[in-house]
Design a protein around this ligand. Structure first.
Ligand code: DP6
Length: 360
């Protein structure tokens, strides 16, 4: 296990003038939610997520030596075109990680990035985007220091991704990823995500996530502001304790494959996340009427057909419909017949569990 100090390099054995790397990194969907943070992107409570497979960001990082700069120097392209409004976030990210990657000011970077999911679909791209960038930067560090171990490479990549966006640290490696220190989960850390280390029942193999795009508009309240409102929140301490309890319960649920108990935790976590928003000061609601319609229809379908399908929500109105692979046909039929009408332009995305970031 590494700590932040281990991620400050002494010196590099190689020099590199220029080159490029390309990585993709997926989005992820939290089962136990991260909501609330301390300084330096340390989570107020641990979280666990399924890594997605198809929803991802693909980022090419080109670099060339930039001798007398003294500043960060980079161009940002999104889907092939310059994107100025993404630059402040990257600038801030570079500032945060500079002490861990001291070569950052030695290069001019061209960051060329695209998502596989539709632009402004309301799917957060910060997790996949920050993870893909962190992978490329680590790949450059590995080229400067080829002796680096694989364990160090991935843990530091997750550590850096976290400093870009908290949930990004769960988009690096592994199908099920835990972030945040949890006494009963070996190796878990507040500093980076780790692959869930215990047995996972076959019921969760190739678990499906169909994302219903209810509202593709810009969120009225950003996650960063939402996290911040957990300071002085009347229910914060109880909520943080509950996340630990739910994560502990999931250990036995993953092992035994009990889908009923799984559904209970996952839906409760989603509604609790939104309950925290509704009980913040100022309070806010990110669900839309169609979010509730979909939830009620999922509950009715589950009751009527005994199909183990459930929902979860991110910080937005979209609904993630989660279900095991063996009921895929039945659930997709239900989604097409009863739920797509509540999606904006009838749009939805079929995804499943994936492995993490990949180098191209
Ligand atoms: C509701 O990771 O987007 O999706 O760290 O400020 O970038 P920042 O926040 P972000 O928060 C995501 C919160 C969530 C729950 C989760 O993914 O655990």
């Amino acid at each position: 296990m590494f700590t932040a100090n281990d991620f400050i390099p002494n010196s590099y054995s190689k020099t590199i003038e220029n080159g490029s790397f390309q990585w993709s990194a997926p989005s992820n969907i939290a089962l136990v939610k991260y909501w609330g943070k301390k300084t330096n992107q340390i989570p107020a409570n641990p979280s666990v997520s399924f890594t997605l497979n198809h929803c991802k960001t693909i980022t090419k990082l080109a670099f060339e030596k930039n001798r007398n700069s003294g500043n960060f120097s980079f161009d940002l392209l999104f889907e092939g075109k310059p994107k100025e409004d993404f630059k402040p976030k990257i600038q801030k990210f570079f500032e945060r990680i500079e002490s861990y990657l001291p070569f950052l000011k030695d290069y001019h970077f061209t960051i060329d990035t695209q998502n596989t999911f539709p632009h402004s679909s309301g799917i957060a791209s910060s997790a996949s985007g920050m993870s893909a960038l962190a992978m490329n930067l680590m790949r450059l560090e590995k080229a400067l220091n080829p002796e680096m171990t694989e364990e160090y490479f991935y843990q530091k990549a997750s550590f850096l991704a976290r400093l870009g966006s908290g949930s990004a640290c769960r988009s690096v490696k592994g199908k099920v990823v835990v972030w945040g220190n949890q006494a009963n989960i070996k190796g878990s850390s507040d500093e980076y995500g780790v692959e869930y280390p215990y047995r996972i029942h076959d019921n969760f193999k190739n678990y499906q996530d169909t994302i219903l795009l209810v509202d593709k508009g810009e969120k009225q309240v950003s996650s960063t502001v939402g996290h911040d409102l957990m300071h002085n929140h009347p229910f914060a301490e109880r909520r943080f304790a509950q996340a630990h309890e739910n994560l502990d319960k999931l250990i036995a649920i993953f092992e035994k494959g009990n889908l009923e108990e799984f559904i209970q935790i996952v839906e409760s976590e989603a509604l609790t996340l939104h309950a925290m928003m509704m009980t913040s000061m100022p309070y806010f609601i990110l669900m839309k009427p169609n979010t509730l319609e979909i939830i009620n229809r999922i509950w009715k379908f589950r009751k009527d057909t005994q199909t183990p399908v459930c929902f979860t929500l991110d910080a937005g109105a979209n609904v993630h419909v989660l279900y095991p692979e063996n009921v895929k046909e039945k659930v997709l039929q239900f989604i097409k017949a009863e739920l797509v009408g509540y999606c904006q332009n009838e749009q939805y995305i079929c995804d499943d569990i994936g492995e993490g970031a990949i180098e191209y």
